[in-house]
Design a protein around this ligand. Sequence first.
Ligand code: GLN
Length: 200
Amino acid sequence: MGGKQIKIGVLAMQGAFLEHCRMLNECGCETAEIRKVEHLEDLDGLIIPGGESTTIGKLLNEFGLFEPILHRARAGMPIYGTCAGMILLAKDIVNSTQPRLGLMKIRVKRNGFGRQVDSFETDLKVRGIGNQPFRAVFIRAPYVESVEPGVEVMAEFEEKIVCVRQGNFLASAFHPELTGDKRIHEYFVNMVEEARRKSH
Ligand code: GLN
């Protein structure tokens, strides 16, 4: 890696943030739990975890974090959203006007896998992380209904898009922090390293 250790923040408003920190530490990154604007200052990248997207959005508003995160994102800071985090990154959310960052040109459907199948696990082929299937955990997960040009589809499950990348932004409908497989976190850490190299 060389130079200063990569520092990645995990938004800690609500939801599954501790598990992301653990995974990132295992990838050799420094981590920080993000609750205030000041916490954003020295970050190289940010993860928005799963949870309840309406609650996280409300708290982002209350804590005045929307604009500062958008500002850093536009200046090139990579962001990875999992599940509710994916919803918060989306430009369009089916049947919802809830607050969002809207950085990714994707249209998502919340709770897209129906109520009967609240949670499930499956082996996914994810492009860009090697040939071994990735054990993906879905919990009341959204899916991506459509993408605009510039968005790369990295994984699909039963013809539904569940992992996408658009430049410095990455989003997955599933929770890679809940398995022992670090490959998606490593993929994001590589994105962050690359962005940092470009900015120096
Ligand atoms: N169903 C939640 C939402 O719409 C997302 C669930 C999750 O993040 N595990 O915000």
